[in-house]
Design a protein around this ligand. Structure first.
Ligand code: M6R
Length: 599
């Protein structure tokens, strides 16, 4: 989604803004722009396409010195990607950048038209700029608070006024924004990596608050325009972890970080055999568990359902957040609603959380980004310790989510299983880093197999139970970065229609990590193999697939309990190498955004 950076200080503003925008590229965008506030005027540079293009144009333009500036990467919602629709947008006295969606922009546009004011772009953002411009009569606070009273929807706004060249203003609702504090310089940003090069200290801007930022001061005001004291936070992510560190792409770097981040995630909640200390009440579930999430986080939920129901016999329903929020779900006070989200900002997941809270149902967030909205609003939060995930395609955050759900399943099953079994399963979980490294060693084999599948037009992943959950995630991973059409199917369901798509040469990846269902899945694989499918099997070393496997990836010796986590590394590498072989922009796939903050 869109990204915001703002800077005021003694450095070259345009350089800080462009470097910041580069760090926000991973969020997904289709155009970029900056506004520079100088003595005389605010100059705007913007274009459709990459930040690199913007940088080249700014260098050529030889820009005048500026005191403050705001920058933006746009992911189109209202109006196609174009220079005109790119941010920043301006009125006569004001320039803004905006993340989010102004839902009542048509109504506001009509009101402005009656006063003879017409936008030149198709965006909702320009309407907000024109509205603010109308309301500004020399008092920024009054104008901003009056404007946000009129804005419906979600917004994080960075604002410059032509007659206040040293000051940036910021305000937000349902779209995150942080204010970075440096020495003699200050920042605004939609995401921490954009400012890590300069400072680790930041403030979270809360709903309805406004920040007024000069190079030496940051002042906060509440909705009634009263000054606010806010707590400063310090980011524990180092800048290095937000860089590629010698790998060709963030995605493969992040795949390789999985041994460490899974260990760190589990270590937080399992100390000395004591699981989730002081969190007993979260696990006292008398009703059902609803896991609500989007994309890969939803697939992590599918995997969690399998393991929780199997071990703890608590019913789990896994729901797609964008459906759940409008389904008028039947929740009870004895249920637990678990929201899984890497970013902690996904609009649909956040809406689902709020819906559950409004019905008085206990909520738990499984979140990667500390201080994110879901982390702050959920009654309880368990953090994945995946660190900054830059690649749009999630790998390490997904794996940490599944590992954490397995640990939660153990906690829920604690009273039903023997201490020996508990210890054994815990040991299995803590052996994950070693097992993941074993799969990482198979990268060249997986790359060679990927080369054989790279020209496929369609590809199926099939499996049962936990392997169906992994199939769903593997299929999503492949399609989002390789643009190869792919479907995940419950292996036993194929013959009810979809098997008609199998013809000689159709690639099918068969996931077989659950020993209790391997014989059944094998039967289904034989059915597709007999119809000419080329079958890649992912399974344990002791499983004989010689009758039907054209290609084989074996897992290191491991139990079924953790096998889907170990197996995910193989399908991540498979997707990665197909995407690389097809020459795609792996970290920034087309049309996608890292953090989906609009519905
Ligand atoms: O930040 P979240 O975990 O809430 O994001 C959810 C999905 O948007 C995300 O998992 C998406 O599906 C990824 N691109 C998958 O790689």
């Amino acid at each position: 989604m869109c990204g915001i950076i703002g800077y005021t200080g003694d450095r070259d503003t345009e350089k800080v803004l462009i470097e910041g925008l580069k760090k926000l590229e991973y969020r997904g965008y289709d155009s970029a722009g900056i506004a520079l506030s100088g003595e005389e005027e605010i100059s705007i540079y913007k274009n459709e396409g990459k930040v690199q293009l913007l940088e080249d144009r700014v260098k050529e333009a030889n820009v005048a010195p500026s005191f403050a500036g705001i920058g933006h990467t746009r992911w189109a919602t209202h109006g196609k990607p174009s220079q005109l629709n790119s941010h920043p947008h301006r009125g006569k006295k004001v320039v803004i950048v905006h993340n989010g969606i102004i839902e009542n922009y048509q109504e506001l546009k009509g009101e402005l038209a009656q006063k003879g004011i017409r936008p030149i772009s198709d965006t909702d953002t320009e309407i907000a700029a024109l509205l603010l411009d109308q309301l500004y009569e020399g008092d920024p606070h009054a104008a901003i608070f009056a404007a946000i009273k009129r804005l419906e929807g979600s917004y994080a706004l960075g604002i410059l006024f032509t007659d206040r060249p040293h000051t940036i203003y910021a305000v937000r609702k349902d779209s995150p924004l942080i204010i970075g504090k440096g020495q003699g310089e200050n920042f605004i940003a939609s995401d921490i990596p954009a400012i890590l090069e300069y400072t680790h200290d930041y403030f979270l801007l809360e709903e309805g608050e406004m920040a007024e930022i000069t190079k030496d001061n940051i002042n906060f005001y509440d909705e009634k325009k009263r000054p606010l004291e806010k707590e400063m936070l310090t980011a524990d992510w180092d800048e290095q972890s937000a860089m590629k560190g010698g790998f060709p792409h963030f995605m493969v770097k992040e795949i390789n970080e999985q041994p460490q981040v899974v260990r760190a995630t589990l270590g937080q909640y399992a100390r000395g055999g004591n699981l989730f200390p002081n969190q007993e009440s979260v696990f006292d579930i008398k009703g059902s568990i609803y896991i609500v999430a989007c994309g890969s986080a939803y697939h992590a939920g599918l995997s969690g359902k399998q393991i929780i129901e199997k071990m703890a016999r608590i019913p789990v329903q896994v729901e797609i957040a964008s459906e759940f929020r409008y389904n008028n779900p039947i929740l009870r006070k004895e249920d637990l609603v678990v929201i899984i989200s890497q970013s902690g900002e996904t609009a649909d997941s956040l809406a689902a959380l709020r819906l559950a809270k409004a019905q008085g149902v206990p909520t738990l967030g499984i979140v990667n980004v500390r201080g994110s909205t879901i982390a702050r609003e959920a009654a309880t939060v368990f953090y994945t310790a995946a660190g900054p995930e830059i690649s749009v395609a999630t790998t390490k955050a997904y794996l940490c989510q599944v590992a954490l759900l397995n640990l939660m399943a153990l906690k829920m099953a604690e009273k039903y299983i023997s201490p020996e079994e508990l210890q054994e399963k815990l040991q299995q979980l803590f052996s994950l880093p070693t097992l993941i490294k074993e799969v990482l060693k198979k990268e060249s084999q997986i790359k060679a197999i990927a080369a054989k599948f790279k020209d496929a037009e369609h590809l199926f992943f099939i499996g049962r139970g936990q392997d169906y959950a992994l199939s769903c995630e593997s299929s999503l991973k492949l399609k989002e970065i390789s643009y190869v059409h792919s479907e995940a199917y419950a292996a036993g369901e194929l013959k009810h229609g979809t098997i008609s798509l199998i013809e000689p040469g159709t690639p099918v990846v068969a996931v077989m990590t659950d020993r209790s269902r391997i014989a059944k899945t094998a039967g289904n694989i034989k059915e597709v193999h007999a119809r000419g499918a080329i079958v890649l099997c992912l399974t344990h070393p002791d499983v004989d697939c010689s009758d039907f496997a054209d290609e084989l990836i074996t897992l290191p010796e491991c139990s079924d309990f953790i096998a889907p986590i170990v197996g995910a590394i193989a399908t991540q590498l498979f997707a990665y190498h197909i995407a690389v072989a097809r020459g795609n922009d792996v970290d920034k796939p087309r049309n996608l955004a890292k953090s989906v903050t609009v519905e």
